[in-house]
Write a new protein. Structure first.
Length: 458
């Protein structure tokens, strides 16, 4: 707490000892404070600082009795200590992937906030220590750092800048420029920069919240992050012919995963949502060649060891950007319904009811299996591997849903993100579905108008 109720008294000489001393006395919110100096000059200097702060209307910290700027300077901590505290405060409520993202960002920016380069360990040793132990609360709580990281951890504890140094705009700009680069020195993607900038900003905001900084340091810097692309990249989205060829090749080489990738293409599911899919969440079509519904309830995310709350390398989470208990209904077009029915018949669900379980090694929900060169064209192979780390056949977000009908109809020729809808008349399995451009429809509106099982969406 702070107070403006301040009274500064005159200096009190203390001559009871052999060597005299001089005490400065003052009150903050009617609470007395005293500080003793060996000489009158030192006492007068400190008293003058208190009087100047009082006259300039600076608030005084009630616990220490000092003006707020002096109290912050006295209680400041190093960037290393603050970053560790920020990880600890975010850890309990963060998902495992978010924990890894925080650790990755802080491990990237900390080398730009060193107070000296004398005796600095190698870049690899610093990153291994920061990402592998310092910013992983579970490993820190387990005990001392491993022997090969101990020296780097000791050096980092003693050689990062104080938080007060981040009031320097040049240092903040240096940190932001570091976040904009990959480990190999090349520019990072716009989405990566935005994500890391948000984490770094959150750490600085936490310092302001603790009153360790006067203002958020980023407000002092005119630094603009690269813009993210909102338009659809046609080179990263396969067309229906490519998708059918890729799914056919998956069915030939890894048949138990054909329906897995079919869910990703036909219903725009994320890989972690497909991994979480259970048999009771699949509502089959009411009639042959009809439409079904998937009632999604969560996701199974691969997180790696020591980042989650348990010993497993996967974590059960709710649906992305939704409440923990929220559900989402997704229509199942006839081609996907046939794939799912065949999958359930040939590969019974696991003991936990999940449709996709380990059968001959871990089920990788983040990348496509190797695409055979003998049965696909060069264009199809490029479409399967271009544009994203996980090589998904779509972006699985409202832009994809707005640009392609659920039955797989291509985007409009104009390339706009206005919604395309299938015709009202029902069509058989061999009937082509022609789309017509309609008015723009938001993703939330589209979710509220999901068709019932066995009916054709309007």
């Amino acid at each position: 707490m702070s107070s403006y109720d301040v009274r500064v008294w005159s200096i009190l000489p203390n001559r009871s000892q052999k060597k005299p001393s001089y005490s400065v006395r003052w009150f903050v919110a009617k609470k007395p404070f005293r500080k003793t100096y060996a000489t009158r000059a030192l006492a007068e200097s400190f008293r003058a600082k208190l009087i100047i702060a009082q006259r300039e209307g600076v608030a005084f910290h009630e616990a220490s009795g000092l003006p707020e700027p002096m109290a912050r300077a006295l209680n400041t901590r190093s960037w290393y200590a603050h970053a560790v505290a920020y990880v600890d405060v975010k850890w309990p409520r963060a998902s495992a992937k978010h924990r890894k993202g925080i650790a990755e960002t802080l491990a990237t920016v900390t080398p730009a906030l060193l107070s000296t380069d004398r005796g600095v360990p190698s870049d690899k040793a610093l990153r291994d220590a920061l990402y592998g132990w310092v910013f992983n609360k579970a490993r820190r709580d387990a005990g001392d750092p491993p022997a090969h990281l101990a020296a780097a951890v000791r050096w980092l504890k003693a050689n990062t800048v104080d938080l007060m140094a981040l009031a320097d705009a040049a240092l903040v700009r240096k940190a932001l420029d570091t976040l904009a680069l990959r480990m190999d020195g090349a520019p990072a993607s716009a989405s990566t920069i935005a994500r890391k900038r948000a984490v770094f900003s959150g750490a600085l905001k936490y310092a302001v919240e603790l009153r360790l900084l006067d203002t958020h340091p980023m407000t002092l810097v005119s630094w603009t992050a690269p813009k993210t692309a909102d338009e659809i990249d046609r080179g990263a989205v396969v067309n229906p012919d490519q998708a059918r060829a890729l799914l056919a090749e998956v069915g030939r080489t890894v048949p138990e995963l054909e329906a897995f990738f079919g869910c990703m293409y036909y219903s725009a599911l994320r890989p972690e949502e497909v991994l979480h899919l259970r048999e009771d969440e699949y509502e089959r079509p009411a009639k042959p060649d009809g439409w079904g519904v998937l009632h999604l309830t969560g996701s199974t995310v691969a997180v790696g060891r020591d980042w989650g709350d348990g010993d497993d390398t996967a974590e059960e989470r709710g649906l992305k950007h939704r409440a923990t208990t929220a559900t989402r209904d997704v229509p199942v077009p006839p081609p996907l319904a046939r794939l799912l029915d065949h999958h359930v018949k040939e590969y019974p669900p696991g003991s936990n009811g999940k449709l996709f379980v380990t059968r001959r090694g871990p089920v990788a929900g983040t990348c496509l299996p190797p695409v055979s060169r003998s049965r696909t064209t060069p264009t199809e192979r490029r479409g399967a591997t271009h544009g994203s780390r996980c090589s998904r056949p779509h972006s699985s977000d409202p832009r994809w849903l707005a640009g392609r009908t659920t039955c797989g109809t291509p985007l409009c020729r104009s390339g706009s993100t206005q919604g395309c809808r299938p015709p009202r008349s029902p069509s058989g399995p061999d009937t082509a579905c022609t789309s017509s451009c309609g008015s723009t429809q938001s993703a939330s509106t589209a979710r509220r108008k999901r068709p019932a099982a066995g009916s054709r969406p309007r």
